[in-house]
Design a protein around this ligand. Structure first.
Ligand code: GLN
Length: 293
């Protein structure tokens, strides 16, 4: 076989993926990973030959992605979130750009309120992206950052990420807020991207999602609302008197989640915020927790 330049490999992979109705951009992400190169290194090396064993391994991964829909993040083992690299695997939901918007709303809310010494909790942390990013971005404003997950294997990844990124987060295993209730912890800010997809929608979901992201992170009963119902019920026991809740939601769930919050906390101010694509994506609620348990 004649030598293949990096440029030729990239060109082959992009059109192969395009013909298979996959994202051509995956070609570039994978080649950088395969060659351990940054974007700048890739650009300046395009005319260089690729070692034949490297090309074979690259080609096999491109073909596997095209055929099965395995997410590129499962092939590289990482994803960028809020400019930081997080380790991911099949035990955690792959970070989505929509969740960066959730985190950004949380940061802006805290800054606007001029709060200090906050206690925050990320419920169903998965790879840890929300808790870790908030801990690092908010710095001293946050006194305590907690994160929970029911999945031990997800928590292993989250703890690994917190270690690599040097983020002060305390992780607990358990169902949504149960571990905080058990420990008698109170929180000022509750952030969560819980499972919110109704199983009935599985037919419309991409194979890259439905066959590879953990079911536990995707689906919820009661039309995808059960996680919100459970978390809010539990929140009565852990929220401070003046607290903020931020949820990522499915684009058709704004009204339903608003109703659940209003019926759980009678004194609450709820806003539904749109994502960059103009879809309802975040619920931001300021709540007065008058419940005394
Ligand atoms: N936003 C994800 C998706 O639609 C779902 C994650 C979730 O249910 N929290 O793929």
């Amino acid at each position: 076989m004649t030598a293949t330049t990096i440029y030729e490999a990239l060109k082959w992979a992009s059109s192969f993926l395009e013909n298979a109705s996959r994202e051509p951009k995956v070609a570039e992400i994978l080649i950088k990973h395969e060659l351990s190169m940054t974007q700048a290194q890739l650009i300046s090396s395009l005319r260089e030959n690729m070692a034949s064993h490297t090309f074979r391994s690259y080609k096999a991964k491109i073909e596997l992605h095209a055929q099965t829909g395995i997410p590129v993040q499962h092939l590289t083992g990482e994803e960028t979130f809020f400019d930081r690299t997080f380790q991911v695997n099949a035990d955690v939901l792959i970070p989505r750009p929509e969740t960066e918007e959730l985190v950004d709303h949380a940061i802006q809310t805290v800054k606007k309120k001029d709060w200090t010494d906050l206690t925050c909790v990320d419920v169903g942390t998965g790879s840890g992206i929300i808790a870790i990013t908030l801990a690092l971005e908010l710095g001293d404003t946050v006194e305590k950052m907690y994160a929970t997950d029911i999945s031990d294997s997800a928590l292993m990844i989250a703890k690994k990420n917190a270690g690599i990124l040097n983020a002060p987060v305390d992780f607990f295993q358990g169902n949504f807020l149960s571990p905080l209730i058990d420990q008698g912890i109170k929180a000022d800010i509750l952030v969560s991207n819980p499972p919110y997809i109704d199983r009935g929608e599985i037919g419309q979901m991409a194979d890259t999602v439905k066959n590879f992201d953990p079911e536990l992170a995707l689906f919820a009963e009661n039309k995808g609302l059960l996680a919100y119902e459970t978390i809010l019920e539990q929140a009565k026991a852990i929220l401070t008197e003046e607290a903020v809740i931020l949820f990522e939601i499915g684009y058709q769930q704004g009204e339903a989640v608003t109703d659940i919050i209003h019926s759980t906390f009678s004194k609450s101010n709820v806003q539904v915020l749109k994502d960059i694509n103009g879809k309802d994506r975040v619920v931001l609620a300021e709540v007065e927790n008058t419940v005394r348990l």
